[in-house]
Design a protein around this ligand. Structure first.
Ligand code: SAM
Length: 196
């Protein structure tokens, strides 16, 4: 997973994450659209593009400069004014007040010593009635043993989401097919939560 440019290319063209689509669907059912979202670790922008398409303004962050060259080239001209892309590490990232924080497959890459402050900034930024969507990686996920990664138990996740109404919390546990270059065991939570 350190070959991010290779990874960016391999996922180009994939659709938005289910957790983001579920969050947008919930906003739409409430008659709310076109809010301000922060797409944390947006990478090549599969979720950012969907947010823009649905009329949202997006602050997309990532610490990898190549992420944004892939992202900007995919954004239609008419939608570019709604996108702000910020190259920043989780350590320094400020989270503007917003309606939605989306962190798809992002937070496990935050160092454990940085995570509590980052999570506090995320929670503080989401307005009451706003949402968080994203993934938390669980303890038995293969990457839990790598240095500098943040994984959570179910109890940890429930505690982080204290102050939210949990709308989706789906567990997934599976093995990659063995023919993959570096097959791994996945164990994660897919979450959508509405701030009280
Ligand atoms: C697995 S990708 C997920 C990207 C995208 N959100 C998605 O759902 O496909 C993880 C992203 O986290 C970014 N990342 C890794 N470490 C980071 C850090 N310390 N600060 C900010 N972004 C980081 C990587 O550059 C990469 O784009």
């Amino acid at each position: 997973m350190e070959d991010w440019p290779g990874y960016f290319e391999s996922v180009l063209g994939k659709g938005a994450r289910e957790t983001l689509l579920a969050a947008l669907d919930s906003f739409a059912k409430e008659g709310f659209a076109e809010g301000l979202s922060v797409d944390i670790a947006a990478r090549e922008g599969r979720d950012t593009l969907e947010l823009l398409r649905q009329g949202w303004r997006v602050v997309a962050t990532d610490n990898h400069p190549d992420a944004f060259s892939f992202l900007w080239s995919r954004v239609p001209e008419a939608l570019k004014p709604r996108l702000t892309a910020v190259e920043v590490d989780f350590v320094e990232m400020q989270v503007p007040d917003c309606d939605l924080v989306n962190a798809s497959f992002a937070l496990p890459f935050c160092k454990p010593e940085v995570f509590p402050e980052l999570w506090d900034r995320i929670v503080a930024a989401i307005r009451p009635g706003g949402r968080f969507s994203g993934q938390f990686f669980w303890d038995r996920d293969s990457w839990a043993s790598l240095p500098g990664r943040t994984h959570h138990s179910r109890e940890d996740v429930l505690s982080l989401l204290d102050g939210f109404e949990i709308e989706v919390m789906n567990e997934e546990e599976r093995d990659d097919p063995p023919e993959l270059r570096s097959p791994k065991h996945w164990q994660l939570f897919h979450v959508v939560a509405k701030k009280r």
